[in-house]
Structures are given as C-alpha cells and as structure tokens.
Design a binder for this molecule. Structure first.
Ligand SMILES: C[S@@+](CC[C@H](N)C(=O)[O-])C[C@H]1O[C@@H](n2cnc3c(N)ncnc32)[C@H](O)[C@@H]1O
Length: 259
C-alpha cells in the first residue's frame, strides 16, 4: 500500500485506517486518505479507461453500473458530476466477500457524495431517474444477455446522453461472438464479441450510434526489459496482428460510446 501525505492523521488513526483497508480484498486502486488501496485490477487498464473517459463531467448525472469498489464513480465525481449513483449486483461471493464495504470505506474517507445501491443491470430500468452519462465498464462479457442489458440501460439514459461501455473484444471483421470456456476464462466470463458484434448488439438494443473510442491491444502485458514494460508506439498493431493471425479466441479491450 502506497502512502502519500499523512499530515492531519495521528499515528493511531493511520494505523486504524490501514487495518480497515487491509481487511478488504480490493479490486480498484483508490486514493483513500493518505493510502492507495491495493487493487487487483490491471493498473494499466484502470488508467487506460480513465484517460479515455471525458475529462470533464461538469454538471452531469452519472450512473456507474458494475461499480465494484467505485473507482470510476469517484472519478466521475472528481470530474465534476453533480450526481453519481454506483450500482452493482455484488452477486459473486468470491469477488465480493465483504459486500459493499470497500465502496463504503472509500466513500467515508473521501467524504464523497456518491450513492451506492445493490442492483442488477437487468433491473436498472426500475430506477426512477435518467442519467446523462452511464458507465458500463468491464461488465458486458460477464452477462448471459448483453443485448437485453443494453435495452434496460437505454431506458435510464437521458435524451442526448452517452453510455461508455468497455470490455473484451476479439479480432475479426464479422459480427460474431466467441463463447468463452470456463477453463480458460473462469466461470463468470461468457462472451467475447468482435467490434462489429458490439456495434450490432448496441443497435439491436435500440441505440442509434456506436463510436469506438479506443481499442487497447496492449492490455498491460507484453515483454519486460530490466523490469520495465516495453511499450513501443506500434505495440498495439503488433499485438493485434499476432492475435488476428494466431489466437482466434484471444481478447483485447475496447471502449465504446453508445448513444
Ligand atoms: C470486472 S468488474 C468491473 C468493475 C469496474 N466497473 C471496472 O471497470 O473496473 C465487473 C463488475 O460487474 C458486476 N456485475 C456483474 N454482473 C452484473 C450484473 N448483472 N448487474 C450488475 N453488476 C454486475 C460485478 O459484481 C463486478 O463488480
């Protein structure tokens, strides 16, 4: 756990906060007081998504679906959103043994106004509210029915609003979905669509435009030299070509804006 400026905290308070953070299995790296939580999620992926989302969300209302510890919800608040609702079904006990404790701890220490609700994406049309921006990051490939989920999401999108959807995609120009096997990808990952399939799913769900914000072929891996990750500017293209030629089922990541 990295610590920054600890001024304003007594040694006893720091010790207490450290213990509270250590008692939770974190997915995200979140600044919580002087500490950064030890998230398991790829640091590179978290930073990549953050760098591609709108730099300002001033005055917007934001719904973060599948928020987990809430990194992107707090980011939306930091970027000026007037209202942020974070939701997650927290259904997988292995991933969420402490429920929403991580979110609540970060919220408390950050003095955040972000709200949290346990809610399944399939029920999000029950919310009596529409949102200017919906974050749907790292979720669709976990779903049995992504098109149905997108239909539900469209019901809570305010006119003129955007859904930022991020997740696994695979090479190929045809609109097809590779169904993942549990042995390689774990039982909670189901489908790996091409970009063309992502676009078609969004159109089927009633969205009228799909923009590819960015495709990330690097994924945070790649060779290391003297402990540092090599990231030549054309690394993305090299990875894409390798995947396209050799590993049909292999995944990279895409961020899309649906309207
Ligand atoms: C890979 S994590 C992504 C977390 C975060 N959005 C991010 O991008 O870092 C997937 C999250 O989606 C949640 N999730 C999975 N299926 C869901 C569903 N049907 N409804 C709501 N949340 C769901 C999981 O509980 C988990 O917290």
């Amino acid at each position: 756990m990295v610590s920054k400026d600890t001024s304003g905290y007594t040694p006893a308070e720091l010790d207490q906060l450290r213990k509270e953070i250590e008692a939770i299995p974190w997915w995200h790296r979140i600044q919580v007081g002087p500490f950064v939580t030890p998230g398991r999620a790829s640091h590179y992926a978290q930073d990549w998504i953050a760098s591609r989302l709108p730099a300002s969300l001033a005055g917007k209302s934001v719904l973060d679906i599948g928020a987990w510890d809430g990194y992107f919800s707090f980011l939306a608040e930091e970027r000026g959103a007037r209202r942020v609702l974070a939701v997650d079904n927290l259904k997988n006990p292995e991933a969420h043994p402490k429920g929403s404790a991580s979110f609540e701890l970060a919220k408390r220490v950050r003095k955040s106004k972000v709200e949290f609700q346990i809610l399944d994406v399939y029920d999000c049309d029950r919310l009596q509210e529409k949102f200017d921006v919906i974050l749907f990051l790292g979720v669709y490939y976990h779903l049995h029915s992504p098109i149905y989920a997108l239909e539900k999401i469209r019901h809570v999108l305010a006119p003129g609003g955007s859904v930022f959807m991020e997740g696994m995609v695979r090479p190929g120009g045809e609109p097809s979905v590779y169904v993942l096997n549990d042995a390689d990808y774990g039982p909670t990952n189901h489908s790996n669509p091409t970009v063309a399939a992502v676009e078609r799913m969004a159109l089927k769900a009633g969205f009228t435009s799909v923009r590819t914000v960015h495709l990330n072929y690097g994924g945070g891996w790649g060779p290391k030299l003297f402990g540092r990750r090599i990231r030549p500017s054309n690394w993305n293209r090299v990875m894409h070509l390798a995947y396209a030629l050799h590993v049909r089922s292999q995944a990279y990541r895409g961020l899309f804006e649906l309207r």
